[in-house]
Design a protein around this ligand. Structure first.
Ligand code: 3HC
Length: 289
């Protein structure tokens, strides 16, 4: 299959990553069929996409008419069967191998063996996931970064079973949807999270040890290293619960103490301090609600 043959892509999962991928694919002129079991999740995804596109219009990168056309290219369904005949399907459902397994079984039941599956997993082995589908040669990792419309990178990760043609197609697709790709081996964390997750964990440890306040840790990294967000601010933005889940998967794969989740994160989850979306994480956002 060649990139020119792909006019429609599928997006399984409409969380923040799925919404972002759907948006950039539609902005690149592709029809996008989004599938998520929950209509409530769609509602949120649609709002996120519109809000994000409004920012792009404000910047003058696209016109209002182009925004309307982009939105019109995205359709939503709860039925996996709507992805039948879609040649290229992105996957960004919950980071749990059993959830992914269930989804790919449903997809395999309706899609042909020439369908390309590109998973956005950040912490599960691509090779392990490829082994779940009927044609592992067409399975690949394409790992995007949050917020997807802004972050220019995608990591392209072939599984042991991935065909060279699938890798080439994923690289072409990354370029078409406006991303710069790097390729790497299927190892836990790939490149970015292998470096980023220990940094995030260490920031929580500094706070736990009372080395500095949350504000001072974040200010240190923003002003001392030019990070756009501090490590604790970032966790509030991405969701402390999601980060905690990813850290635990990493720890399970890496079996190294430096990947163990700090106790403070566990307690924050128990307290419901899961970040900006809950009104409280490392910082208090109750005034913003
Ligand atoms: N859609 C479209 N444009 C957006 C946007 C969105 N959702 N969010 C921000 N922007 C644009 C703004 O319009 C603005 O554009 P301009 O500079 O041309 O005017 C620009 O991005 C900056 O936005 P803001 O001025 O509103 O705010 P910030 O300067 O604080 O930027 C941020 C926001 C881009 C989120 C920035 O803080 C950032 O880069 N944070 C770090 C994000 C990061 O590290 N992501 C990677 C995490 S690792 C990961 O995702 C892996 C996964 O496995 C967990």
């Amino acid at each position: 299959m060649k990139l020119e043959d792909i006019k429609t892509v599928g997006m399984a999962g409409a969380g923040s990553m799925g919404a972002g991928i759907a948006q950039i694919a539609a902005m690149a002129g592709l029809q996008v069929k989004v599938v998520d079991m929950s209509e409530e999740v769609w509602g949120r995804a649609k709002k996120t996409i519109v809000k994000s596109l409004e920012r792009v219009v404000k910047k003058g990168t696209i016109t209002e008419k182009e925004m309307e056309e982009t939105i019109a290219r995205i359709s939503f369904s709860t039925d996996v069967a709507s992805l039948k005949d879609v040649p290229f399907i992105f996957e960004a459902v919950f980071e749990d191998i059993n959830v992914k397994k269930e989804l790919f079984a449903k997809l395999d039941a309706v899609c042909g063996s020439d369908t390309i599956y590109a998973t956005n997993t950040s912490s599960i082995s691509i090779t392990e996931m490829a082994a779940l589908v009927k044609n592992p040669a067409n399975f690949i990792g394409m790992h995007f970064f949050n917020p997807v419309p802004v972050m220019k990178l995608v990591e392209v990760i072939p599984a042991l079973q991935t065909a060279p043609a699938t890798k080439d197609l994923a690289l072409d697709m990354a370029k078409k949807i406006g991303k710069t790709a790097i390729t790497c081996k299927d190892t836990p964390g790939f490149v970015v999270n292998r470096l980023f997750v220990p940094y995030i964990i260490d920031a929580v440890r500094l706070l736990e040890e009372g080395v500095a306040s949350a504000e001072d840790i974040d200010t240190a990294m923003k002003l001392g290293c030019n990070m756009p967000m501090g490590p604790l601010e970032f966790q509030d933005f991405a969701g402390v619960d999601i980060g905690y889940h990813v850290i635990n998967i990493f720890h399970e794969y890496m079996k190294q103490e430096r990947f163990a989740a700090p106790g403070l994160l566990r307690n924050m989850i128990k307290a419901g301090y899961v970040g900006r979306k809950a009104g409280r994480g490392f910082y208090d956002y109750s005034e913003e609600k």
